[in-house]
Design a protein around this ligand. Structure first.
Ligand code: GRF
Length: 188
């Protein structure tokens, strides 16, 4: 049995999708959800999914107590799913190569501070890129720059808007993020 901790800040559609994907899999459990935004709809989703959800403030996030707690809970993999704070060193040290993130673009392009949510898609459309996509990567102490685990791309079409592109990217995320997580839990 592998235990996931899923970190969220917003709507939590990836959380929902990952939970549904693993619902029938006795080998993988979402042990908890960690949320840094008391107004996030993801909290409601965790409740409905019967997953314990902890809301943390910045001080709690930066405190080593959080690492200790997650180690005590025997978490195997931390999954960032729309989580917007930079991960502190204590978590990276406590979970080496065991923290992953999904980014809604083809890194290394359109990554780094400020490139989140619709800002990413707006920039990609404004630059008239031929392709965008998703990047699943390990998390290090900088935004969006850890080793890449998986990428999938999608073509921009004539008249593509940030919203239409966001929808395509979500489809890619929902398909691939649970599969990559599953593979990592088997490999580790
Ligand atoms: C996703 O597009 C993900 O790539 C990015 O944040 C978004 C989260 O969406 N890191 P949701 O909260 O899972 O709906």
């Amino acid at each position: 049995m592998k235990r996931l901790s899923i970190f969220v800040s917003g709507g939590g559609t990836n959380l929902q999708r990952i939970a549904e994907y693993f619902a029938e899999n006795p080998e993988v459990e979402i042990a908890n959800v960690i949320c840094n935004n008391p107004n996030a709809y993801a909290i409601e989703r965790a409740k409905n999914l019967n997953i314990p959800c902890k809301i943390i403030n910045r001080a709690e996030f930066k405190s080593e107590e959080l690492s200790k707690e997650l180690l005590n809970q025997k978490i195997d993999l931390i999954v960032l799913a729309g989580f917007l704070w930079l991960v502190p060193q204590h978590l990276i040290d406590a979970f080496p190569n065991k923290i992953i993130n999904i980014h809604p673009a083809l890194l290394p392009k359109y990554g780094g501070k400020g490139f989140y949510g619709e800002h990413v898609h707006e920039a990609v459309v404004a630059a008239k890129e031929e392709y965008s996509g998703i990047t699943i990567h390990y998390v290090n102490e900088h935004y969006d720059s850890g080793d890449i685990i998986f990428q999938a791309k999608v073509a921009l079409e004539e008249g593509e808007t940030p919203d239409s592109l966001a929808a395509k990217i979500h489809t890619l995320e929902y398909k691939h993020y649970p599969e990559v997580i599953e593979k990592l839990t088997i490999d580790n």
